[in-house]
Every structure is written in C-alpha cells, then in structure tokens.
Write a protein of this length. Structure first.
Ligand SMILES: Nc1ncnc2c1ncn2[C@@H]1O[C@H](COP(=O)(O)OP(=O)(O)OP(=O)(O)O)[C@@H](O)[C@H]1O
Ligand SMILES: [Mg+2]
Length: 312
C-alpha cells in the first residue's frame, strides 16, 4: 500500500505569524494517523490546507495523486471532513441535516435516502432522526457531524478534535466509530490533544507544537524518545518553586514537570529515587497523597521534548 496523503514542507502564515512551519508527513492507505498537539499547535490549520479551505504559502499537499495547487475539486472528492466547529442547521432534524450534506456531495433519490439511513445508524440516532438538532446534546450533535462527513464514503476522513467537550458515552461511541470506519477501509487523519485517544486509535502519530512536527512514529517508537525512563506521577497537596528545585537536585531525576497539584518525574530507575523523592517532598512541606510509576506515554514524550505539559 502506498501513501494516500502526502504533505511536504507545508507552510501557512496569517500575516507575520507562521501557524504551520515546514510540516511534512505522509499517511498510508488504510491507516489511522494521529496529529497530537496542544492548543494553537497548528492542527486545524494543517487540516484546513489539506481540505483546500486554506491555500498553502509554501510546500504541497497531494491526496490520491492530486495536488491542492490546482486540483482542488479532485482533492475534495477524496475527502470527508469533520470540522472542529459543529456544522449543522439547528432548526433542521438530523435526517434533514444529513440529506442537506448528501445533496452537497451530489447524492439524490434512492442513493441519498440510503446514505442518510446508513449515516443515522452510524451515529446511533435512527430513533431520533426526526427531532430538531437544537434539542440534541453536544455529543449527539458531534455524532451527526461525523455521520455527515462520511455520507459519501470518502477514501480519507479528516477529523478535527471530534470528542472535545462531550459526555463519556458519546466519546466511546465516536472512538468505536473511528475504529469501525477504519476497519471498513477508510483512511483517517485524527487530530486531538487527548493523548489517550491517539494512543488508542492511531497506527502512527505526529506530535505537533508551534507549527512544527517535533516527533513522529508508532507509539512504541515515540516511547523510545524518552528512552527507557520511568514516569513517576506524584500527587501532592501543594508545590512551591523551592520544592521543585529540591526535587530536581535528587540524583537520578532527569526531568520534573509541575501541574496543579502533581509532579511528574522522569528517571532511568524509579526504584533508586522513590524514597528520596518522598522524603524530600515531605521535609519541604509538600504532603504526598499518592504516587504511581508508569511506562512513558505520549504526555511524557511531549514533556520530554518541550518541557511543558500537553494540557497547559
Ligand atoms: N484565521 C486566522 N488568523 C490568524 N491567526 C490564526 C488563524 N487561524 C489560526 N490562527 C493562529 O494559528 C495558530 C494555530 O492555530 P490552529 O487553529 O491551527 O491550532 P490548533 O492546533 O488547531 O489548536 P486547537 O487545539 O486550539 O484547536 C494559533 O496561534 C492561531 O491563533
Ligand atoms: Mg484546532
């Protein structure tokens, strides 16, 4: 299988500001490719240039052999897009919204009807298809939004943070939908700042920050970036700057990051530092409420590469 999406040296500027700064990656046919990054990393801008909503200031995007420079209609035909902002008419029902999108994709008659029914099943909302969308929960709207993106059976589905701000049930439904669509042969570009989702769904992952890709690979390849270190998560009642300095000075501690009431410590061997770590925190007045040791995850990879948390 070859690559179905090829992004090469992509640059996008807004005035003097460079939102996407020389990004290159390729997505193989049939894979779920993850684009993980914090707010403002450039994920939506990247997706918008792939879907021809924005034109690049440098570089190229090629989808199924068609370049966004010129062949925009051909590129759009290959793509389904699930935008970050929900794109539904609130006063129309789910069925009517889907029919609207179906017509936009050139479907009509029996083909349109069957595509709409199929999409309602995919969204798990067959029995509520006649209700106005404005009465739906945020999660239900998102599910319809996704169904609208795949009505026309695109080869490649671009999903921009499809689970932000929704209930756990809808979130699980959406994650399972992505798995099912992929199992049916659809290639997916999945954008998120939730590392758990990207870890769960994606064959390969690009981590993006400040308009650049800072690491790319399978989950296991990315874990190697942290290079066999343990991640020690310590929950504490309070953390002061002086405590942080004392923890950084413990032999064997490679990196320390602070969130609200927690510390994350990277160390080549947790066994050698745990005792000292707890003793240091307690003696500095930071009472430890829990401590866990885990393998590196994408959060620790991001932390290791940027010195900041994905959720900042
Ligand atoms: N139309 C625009 N005009 C000016 N600046 C923009 C525009 N669109 C995006 N930006 C800026 O470009 C940067 C990247 O934005 P983008 O929306 O691509 O980030 P993102 O990774 O999708 O973030 P989020 O997780 O918050 O959705 C941000 O600093 C943003 O403010
Ligand atoms: Mg975005």
């Amino acid at each position: 299988m070859g690559s179905i999406v090829q992004v090469t040296d992509l640059v996008k500027r807004f005035g003097d500001f460079t939102a996407v700064d020389g990004v290159s990656f390729s997505i193989e046919e049939g894979e779920v490719f993850g684009l993980l990054g914090p707010n403002g990393a450039g994920k939506t801008t990247t997706i918008s240039t792939i879907s021809c909503l924005l034109s690049p200031d440098g570089g190229d995007v090629v989808v199924s052999g068609h370049s966004v420079h010129g062949a925009t209609m051909a590129v759009k035909r290959e793509l389904g897009v699930v935008p970050q902002e929900i794109a539904l008419y609130p006063t129309l029902s789910a069925g009517e919204n889907l029919a609207f999108w179906g017509r936009m994709y050139g479907l009509s008659g029996a083909a349109l009807k069957s595509a709409v029914n199929e999409a309602l099943v995919l969204a798990g909302l067959e029995d509520r298809s006649k209700e106005r969308v404005e009465k739906y929960s945020g999660g239900m709207k998102r599910r319809i939004n996704i169904a609208a993106g795949v009505l026309h059976h695109p080869k490649v589905l671009l999903m921009d943070e499809p689970t932000v701000g929704i209930d756990p049930q809808s979130r699980n439904h959406i994650l399972q939908t992505v798995k099912d669509l992929n199992a049916s042969g659809m290639t997916v570009l999945y954008t998120s700042h939730y590392m758990e989702e990207v870890e769960f769904l994606c064959d390969r992952i690009a981590i993006m920050d400040h308009g650049k890709i800072i690491a790319m690979g399978t989950l296991n390849e990315l874990r190697e970036v942290v290079g066999g270190m343990d991640v020690v998560d310590v929950k504490v009642e309070s953390v002061s700057d002086s405590v942080l300095e004392c923890v950084r000075a413990i032999p064997g501690v490679k990196q320390v990051d602070r969130t609200d009431s927690a510390l994350q410590v990277l160390t080549p061997g947790s066994g050698a530092v745990l005792g000292k770590l707890v003793a240091t925190l307690e003696s500095e007045g930071s009472h430890v409420t829990s401590i866990t040791v885990t393998e590196p995850n994408l959060e620790s990879v991001f932390l290791h590469l940027t010195g900041k948390s994905l959720r900042d």
